[in-house]
Design a protein around this ligand. Structure first.
Ligand code: SF4
Ligand code: SF4
Ligand code: SF4
Length: 223
């Protein structure tokens, strides 16, 4: 089974563009093996779809253009003077090919960029352009895209885990404060009840021949 996933994945063009409605190429290979139609990778073209038909011994399907359009061999480029450093493109890039920090100018690492176009739409100032590159440059980026795709996924999962952890730490601290407050209140009430009991005990001794009323009053003051 995992071998078949490898074989299907090897036929996919590794743009990691999500046009097949899965987040990346390997997830699509897994979906195909689970029974999804194998004709949804428009960037891979009819040829890719046919190769997967052969691999799985399935009927040939016409490429489903609903999942298009096709992608060119290209890389993204950020027009520096227009970039406002909002970081939206960083979040959108499936292979972490964009560098930059909040409010600072951003850059594309063209060796990693697959040209998937996912950064174009989120940019609020439309300052990302696409530049056509030759097949070799595009292939070099796509050949290593799965590594960067997995890395980004892992970083995202860690970040989510950290956010979740910080959230539960904050919740635990709130809870601890509530518990402490409750315990403090309980101690105050406890001291009050003990004092009340001691006063009652002293009052009950009034009239006793072994202790005078003035001594009892004195003892009550000391409580
Ligand atoms: S290249 Fe894009 S459409 Fe094709 S399998 Fe990969 S993620 Fe899906
Ligand atoms: S920089 Fe843009 S085009 Fe290049 S891989 Fe990232 S999202 Fe895709
Ligand atoms: S989305 Fe556009 S404006 Fe925002 S950081 Fe990226 S390139 Fe710059």
């Amino acid at each position: 089974m995992s071998n078949l996933i490898e074989l299907i994945n090897a036929e996919l063009p590794q743009f990691q563009c999500g046009r097949c409605e899965t987040p990346g190429c390997r997830p699509y290979a897994e979906e195909i093996l689970k029974g999804s139609p194998h004709n949804r990778c428009v960037p891979g073209g009819q040829e890719t779809s046919n190769k997967i038909s052969d691999l799985l011994n399935r009927d040939i399907l016409l490429l489903d253009q609903e999942y298009g359009p096709d992608l060119k061999t290209q890389v993204a480029n950020i027009i520096e003077e227009d970039c406002i450093g909002c970081t939206k493109c960083i979040d959108a890039c499936p292979v972490d090919a964009i560098t930059g920090a909040a409010n600072l100018m951003h850059n594309v690492i063209s060796d990693i960029c697959t040209g998937c176009e996912l950064c174009i739409e989120p940019c609020p100032v439309d300052c990302i352009e696409l530049i056509e590159v030759d097949q070799d440059q595009s292939l070099a980026a796509r050949n290593q895209s799965e590594y960067f795709f997995d890395l980004k996924l892992e970083l995202k999962q860690r970040k989510n885990k950290k956010t979740k952890m910080n959230k539960s730490i904050a919740e635990n601290l709130d809870l601890a404060e509530l518990i402490n407050q409750k315990l403090d209140n309980r101690n105050i009430n406890k001291q009050k009840s003990i004092k009340k009991l001691q006063l009652e005990m002293l009052d009950s001794q009034k009239g006793d021949k072994y202790i005078s009323e003035s001594d009892i009053e004195e003892l009550k003051k000391q409580l």
